[in-house]
Design a protein around this ligand. Structure first.
Ligand SMILES: [Zn+2]
Length: 911
């Protein structure tokens, strides 16, 4: 009843929230239970995002210690909120404290000024309710945390409120929260109560939403980066998760090796110190099971907790066990006897139960082992609240130190930037100038200071045009610049020389200029050039429409933005062609692959002019049709396979193709098995990555969720019927494009006369877990129009192709032998039918393959095909052994995908 009353009262108030702010302050603020009707952490109960919005708005109205604001929107249109919690006095002076935090983090003020600022300032701590939506506890927990920090009158909490500006982002992924809550409620009481939804829990990127924090492709990442790296500069950032090993309750810092060498040791030691404070609090509150040094390394950049390291900030992740609202029993009898942790995740573990008591022994970094047993939803909720308060307390206790430390680390970075590489210059004019601006913008979002030259200048033997971008290495967040712009060299860590390498926790190399196809020059000398500081985002200068255009326009294929323009023109019904040869018009020569737009009058001219302005691309007028060979394009109708297992690569592909304006339709298992695919130009099979473990990738596509593990309509995968339908689609003239392991699926299921030569290779012999590999491109092929001769490809446990020998004459699903009998020198031979028509578009380089990251056994893939076109019946399969759009990073290889899709619309009979 009380709940209902509060809700109706709130409804009356929402329109005049601001007016009521002061008058309601002082009344005891509502608890989450008042609004939800249950206590967060009650078994089987998940609050909805709507209920949470009501609660947080009400808390901000009723407490003068809480402010709430919207900081962005999700892909599905939900509001993202940030709460600021502190004493009422501090909240009245937020601008001052924000400014102090910024000045100290930027490291520009001298030490004396810094100390005066630090004495006056407040520690700034970010804690969030996580972003992995199936890890359900943190999104519920934050309502209790907010209420407690705002209302508890203990001496400790008063001290925290006095010393700390607490930024609480209660939910980072509200779309996912609703996907998971609705699924859970629909399955509650069935055998599938503890399953996860048959779709990605972030609309586009699923679990990879925690792999997006330097690219900021997703709106949530952008919103968070703005607050952290351009506004508040917290000294401590704490990101919640729930994939603890089942024998422990919570994973806390210190983390594991390797340690990225660009991270200031003050970050690592500060992080270890906060980790110890957390461990101590769990010990004193008699909460067993807090364990450190469990595989989460300090190498990788791009996660919510790791990007802060490169900004001299302490980034914490905890992994709390029990990621469900349903109670569970953790049987100590199945707890491991050895833990595959630390330096050797693949091999010999550390014996954790020497006395065979059934529970792990106490260790220095696991001093209070958990005994297992019954667990309720309130357990992870309580561990998270305790961990959060430990962090707030550590910030409060050592406020002055954290503020002085971040200043000192910033000063150290500024000093380091005055020797060696002094400047990073991004030339204004380059093949991918749109991507150069994207690189500038994502660095700006990461708080990097960037200048734009207002005149041309010389540096390092090169001449740069006005408008080129200059990044001074002497700035506080230099580690971020170095890490993103220079190559990574992942350490070769083994327990013994013959032992297996310690694989990276995530990927090993990500150097952005390489991936994005953007030139960035490293300058060791002093620079003398007039420049202005960029504020906001890098401006896209309007492109030109030049020359007379009685026939139409030519548009270069080199820029990714050109593809957006072409798709818009095609959607508007304009006539667009590929020029199959190079040609000249007036004094200008155009490369093969140049887009030719045939004008139908003023409307075309208006559209072209608008696209030039918006996208910053240049159109050249053509007075007559280029006399060469043109292929008419259509807007491709693309089918994208969407598995119920939830492949992140599917989401990334969907995002990319939507962003570039392709006509896209999602295809479920049954859509492919029974649907009519003939209206599609191309079908894309994404790499089958998922959070659900499967024995092999092909199985993930073929069998999907095994029967009995999910409600029946989501089980079974594509099956042989689906594989057959796909093969029929190709044989009838369609194009199938496959990424990563989906290529193995096509090879095996269609019986393609090609083999992945590293399929099943042992990790001792060949391993490239996520690195940038040098490759050469056959730019004469239409699939490589607009590409550079050499590119960095993103190789994540990828593939390399070679033709099969005679043994490869296999039956395909249509029971056709992919072989033919021929006579050579009077002798009958059998060879794969399509062998001579196998086109390799991209090959791994012959030598010097590793560009960034780590690799073992690159000689196995040297000169082998990285991307191939394999004709099959009347159609073709385009196999990618690397990941051309991995997490929206390798923009230098996007066009290979776009060309495959546009190429699928060309009616070859009309050529
Ligand atoms: Zn997680």
């Amino acid at each position: 009843m009380r709940n209902l009353l509060r809700n109706s009262r709130l409804r009356l108030f929402t329109g005049i929230a601001v007016l009521l702010f002061c008058s309601t302050a002082g009344a005891a603020p509502a608890t989450p239970a008042d609004i939800f009707g249950f206590q967060p952490g009650d078994d089987y109960k998940l609050a909805s995002y709507k209920q949470m919005e009501v609660y947080y708005r009400q808390l901000a109205q009723e407490s003068d210690r809480v402010q709430l604001r919207e900081i962005g929107k999700t892909p599905l249109g939900k509001n993202l909120y940030l709460l600021t919690i502190s004493s009422a006095e501090n909240l009245a002076n937020l601008d001052k404290y924000r400014s102090i935090s910024e000045q100290l983090a930027r490291g520009r003020v001298d030490s004396e000024t810094a100390e005066a600022l630090a004495v006056e300032g407040k520690a700034v701590v970010w804690i969030d309710g996580g972003l992995h939506a199936t890890e359900v506890a943190h999104g519920q927990m934050t309502s209790l945390l907010a209420h407690r920090v705002a209302t508890e009158e203990s001496a400790e909490m008063q001290q925290i409120r006095d010393n700390v500006i607490f930024l609480l982002m209660p939910i980072m992924n509200p779309d996912g929260l609703e996907i998971v809550r609705k699924w859970y409620e629909s399955q509650l009481g069935t055998a599938f109560e503890q399953t996860t939804p048959p779709e990605l829990y972030h609309h586009y990127v699923g679990h990879d939403n925690n792999r997006d924090f330097f690219m900021n492709n997703m709106p949530e990442s952008k919103a968070v980066a703005k607050v952290i790296y351009n506004e508040w500069y917290p000294q401590i950032i704490y990101n919640q998760h729930q994939s603890s090993p089942g024998y422990a309750r919570i994973v806390i810092p210190p983390y594991s090796d390797p340690l990225n060498p660009t991270i200031h040791p003050g970050v690592t030691t500060g992080l270890n110190e906060v980790g110890s404070a957390m461990a101590n609090r769990f010990a004193m509150e008699q909460m067993p099971g807090a364990i450190a040094d469990v595989g989460f390394s300090m190498w990788w950049n791009g996660g919510m907790r790791t990007v802060p390291y490169f900004h001299n900030m302490i980034g914490i992740l905890t992994e709390t066990s029990h990621d469900s609202a349903s109670p569970r029993f953790y049987d100590p009898k199945v707890f491991p006897k050895t833990l595959a942790v630390r330096a050797n995740p693949a091999g010999v573990g550390i014996t954790v139960d020497e006395d065979d008591s059934g529970v792990p022994d106490a260790r220095v970094l696991y001093p209070n082992p958990w005994q297992g047993g019954e667990s309720h939803f309130s357990d992870p909720v309580n561990y998270m609240i305790t961990g959060s308060i430990a962090v707030l307390r550590a910030a409060s206790d050592s406020r002055l130190k954290w503020l002085m430390n971040i200043h000192r680390m910033g000063q150290d970075a500024i000093t380091a930037g005055r020797t060696g590489i002094r400047y990073y210059v991004i030339p204004a004019q380059q093949a991918q100038d749109g991507e150069a601006r994207n690189l500038v913008n994502l660095l700006l979002e990461g708080g990097i200071e960037i200048d734009r030259a207002t005149e041309s200048f010389r540096a390092g033997g090169n001449r740069y045009a006005a408008g080129s971008f200059i990044i001074d290495a002497a700035q506080a967040f230099r580690p971020y610049i170095v890490d993103l712009l220079e190559k990574q060299t992942y350490p070769d860590t083994r327990l013994d020389p013959a032992g297996a390498i310690k694989p990276p926790y995530d990927i090993a190399g990500w150097t952005l200029p390489m991936q994005m196809g953007v030139t960035v020059d490293f300058i060791n000398d002093d620079l003398d050039v007039d420049s202005v500081r960029i504020s906001g985002a890098a401006h896209t200068p309007a492109g030109d429409v030049s020359g007379r255009s009685r026939y139409g326009y030519a548009l270069s294929h080199a820029s990714n933005a050109s593809i957006k323009a072409v798709n818009r023109l095609l959607r508007d019904g304009e006539k667009v062609y590929w020029s199959n040869d190079s040609f000249r018009a007036g004094r200008t020569s155009f490369a093969a692959g140049t887009f030719v737009i045939e004008s139908t009058g003023d409307q075309t001219a208006d559209r072209v002019a608008a696209l030039a302005t918006e996208l910053g691309i240049d159109f050249t007028g053509l007075n007559s049709s280029p006399s060469n060979d043109l292929s008419a394009l259509r807007l491709p109708k693309v089918g994208l396979y969407k598995s119920y297992v939830g492949f992140m690569d599917e989401g990334w592909t969907r995002w990319l193709l939507e962003d570039y304006g392709f006509d896209l339709v999602s295809l479920s298992d049954s859509d492919i098995q029974s649907g009519d695919l003939s209206n599609l130009d191309a079908i894309v099979l994404p790499h089958p990555d998922a959070r659900v473990s499967f024995k092999d990738s092909i199985g993930k596509i073929l069998t999907g969720h095994p029967p009995g593990t999910m409600p029946e309509q989501y089980t079974g995968g594509l099956g042989l019927a689906g594989a057959y339908a796909l093969q029929r689609f190709v044989k009838d003239g369609g194009t199938v494009v496959t990424f990563g392991d989906a290529s193995d699926f096509a090879i095996s299921q269609f019986g393609l006369p090609i083999r992945n030569i590293v399929f099943g290779a042992s990790g001792q012999d060949f391993s490239i877990p996520g690195s940038l590999i040098r490759a050469t491109v056959d730019t004469s092929d239409s699939l490589a129009y607009g590409m550079a001769d050499e590119v960095a490809v993103n190789f994540v446990r990828g593939a390399a192709y070679d033709v099969l020998g005679q043994a490869g004459c296999v039956d395909d699903l249509l029971n056709q032998r992919n072989c033919r009998e021929v006579t050579r020198g009077g002798r009958p031979l059998v060879e794969p039918e399509t062998m001579s028509r196998f086109d390799s578009i991209v090959n791994y380089a012959a030598e010097d393959l590793l560009m960034s990251g780590w690799s073992l056994g690159t000689e196995h893939i040297a000169s082998k095909s990285a991307m191939a076109r394999v004709p099959h019946g009347d159609g073709e399969v385009i196999l990618f052994g690397f990941r051309p759009q991995f997490r929206g990073q390798p923009r230098g290889t996007y066009k290979l995908i776009f060309n495959a899709l546009h190429g699928a619309t060309i009616d070859e009979s009309s050529e």
